[in-house]
Design a protein around this ligand. Structure first.
Ligand code: UT7
Length: 311
């Protein structure tokens, strides 16, 4: 089976920047606590924007940057936990907004913060069988709508944003593993008609889970691929907490610089964090064709997934 090439990327972030000091106006916290416990300095919250408008903007930028022929996009996948509507899907609204051909498969995919990684795996399968050249994969979230501002331990973490990637089949290496624990206790949000629609999280339990599975899953895909961390150019982990990434960096002593981070600016944007980071890196001239990259997502479920990909 072929691998995946990331042809182009785009991102969209709400204009409203919310600093740690801004949060002090509504909860009992401090810039010092949030910075030392999470690494986050600011996050973005939607005001005029919506989850769908962010998804459309990120997709438009990816299409423009890659000079992509939209008639060659065979599928639109939106990884999200915070779709504006239960249905129709965000993906089909993106199709309409972009004025795309009707012959395009479109659907949303909800796998919490692991969503973008699982979307890549689904896209890989579609690219082997569809008639068209590309898949448009978007991670888009409006978490500010579901965080509980009465829970200071969780509301400080999350932000809104979207990232998009245009994918095509390639001959590069691609290895991915995914896991699920079926856990409902430590990270959840009730669905429509199920009471208060707010995110609930046992932070320290998620923390312990994350540091353990991140290292394990990165090592597993490297073993599958027959590579070592020496061979890898960059490691992009879901941006959940700088301390989680810091823990994993320590396990790869001497290679700390390969772990990328932008959580200080955007907080945890769930399914959007990895494609936003990818787009920033591409804008900075990193992630060139042929780059060897490790990706790792983890979150609600508890679910997690890692991939080794030559893009
Ligand atoms: O995408 C995956 C989703 N989630 C995650 O990745 C979350 C992973 N977990 C975490 O990032 C961390 O557990 C948190 C940042 C959420 C919390 O950090 P922690 O070090 O686990 O803190 P804690 O919840 O154990 O709280 C420690 C103390 C408590 O005070 P006492 O009981 O020790 O007096 C809290 O009441 O810090 C207090 N606290 C705060 N103080 C100021 C909790 N939240 C705040 C706050 N400001 N915002």
């Amino acid at each position: 089976m072929k691998g995946i090439r990331i042809v182009s990327t785009g991102k969209a972030l709400p204009k409203r920047i919310v600093s740690n000091d801004d949060l002090k106006e509504i909860i009992d916290t401090s810039d010092e606590w949030i910075t030392t416990r999470t690494g986050i300095k600011t996050r973005r919250y939607c005001k005029e924007e919506t989850n769908t408008s962010l998804a459309i903007e990120a997709a438009t930028k990816a299409i423009e940057k890659g000079n992509i022929d939209m008639n060659q996009i065979g599928a639109i996948l939106v990884a999200t936990t915070t779709a504006d509507l239960a249905f129709p899907t965000t993906a089909c609204r993106v199709q309409k907004a972009l004025g795309m051909d009707e012959e395009v498969m479109s659907f949303d995919l909800n796998a919490g913060c692991t969503g973008f990684l699982l979307g890549l795996n689904v896209a890989r399968g579609l690219l082997q069988t569809q008639r068209k050249k590309y898949v448009l994969l978007i991670g888009s979230e409006q978490l500010s709508r579901i965080v509980n501002f009465e829970d200071r331990g969780t509301c400080i973490l999350f932000g809104d944003g979207a990232g998009a990637a245009i994918l095509e089949a390639s001959d590069g290496a691609y290895f991915q593993r995914s896991w699920t624990r079926g856990n409902e206790d430590v990270l959840s949000c009730p669905g429509i008609g199920n009471g208060i629609n707010k995110l609930q999280m046992k932070g320290s339990e998620v923390f312990k889970f994350a540091v353990t599975v991140l290292e394990q899953s990165l090592r597993t895909v490297m073993e599958d691929a027959g590579v070592t961390i020496d061979d890898v150019d960059y490691v992009l982990c879901h941006q959940a907490n700088a301390r989680i990434i810091g823990h994993v960096q320590k396990k790869f002593k001497g290679y700390e610089d390969k772990f990328m981070m932008n959580i200080q600016k955007y907080g945890n944007t769930s399914a959007a964090s990895i494609p936003i980071l990818m787009d920033e890196m591409r804008d900075e001239g990193k992630l060139q064709p042929g780059s060897k990259v490790l990706l790792a997502g983890f979150g609600a479920g508890l679910s997690w997934s890692s991939a080794y990909i030559e893009i």
